[in-house]
Write a protein that binds this ligand. Sequence first.
Ligand code: GDP
Length: 205
Amino acid sequence: MSAIQHARFLASAASVADFPPETGPELAFAGRSNVGKSSALNALAGRKRLAFASKTPGRTQTINFFELGEAGRLADLPGYGYASVSQALRATWDDLIGGYLTGRRTLVGVVVLMDARRPLTDNDRKFLEWLRPVEASRLILLSKADKLPRAEQARTLAHTCAALDKAAMTSQVALFSSKSGEGVEATRNLLDTWLGNKKPPEKGN
Ligand code: GDP
């Protein structure tokens, strides 16, 4: 079984002071609100309802931490890009996420979800700029890929890779769909590799 299939809720943090201690390698999941992040986490964990972040704009935003068995932890970052939030709330979000990304020494990899139909929005690019100095592996998942025909999927993948190259941003990129299951197994495997949880293949394989 993959580490993420062992996910169990650990704690919610509304400020840097509330983060759980840095024990073991940690993964973070990010993406603009409504991009399909909760659905992706549920699909990866093989659970109906793992992620339960408050989604109401204007409410306190928290980072939700999960234990991944013995393998490490996962941090579900609050969705970015709400158009309607106040200046004050946005500043709180910046402190929380900025504090996490720049301060979390156990962070080994960041997964950023972007809508396959329109990846690299202004907010996505802003988030990637925040990530630039962070020393962690990166994976961009192009979510809701089932909404695109095959040819479009290939095109959006190629365009995203080219745009990242142009911006000198290093990241793996993959198509993902919580609905069809596309990308689920490959993502689990990559996350296991990041966590150092990859077992050698069994004899005879
Ligand atoms: P979050 O705000 O990023 O956590 O997004 P959610 O996971 O709650 O998903 C937002 C909306 O997109 C919901 O209506 C989901 O049913 C839908 N959705 C999420 N993932 C997929 C997917 O892979 N395919 C399709 N077609 N819809 C999806």
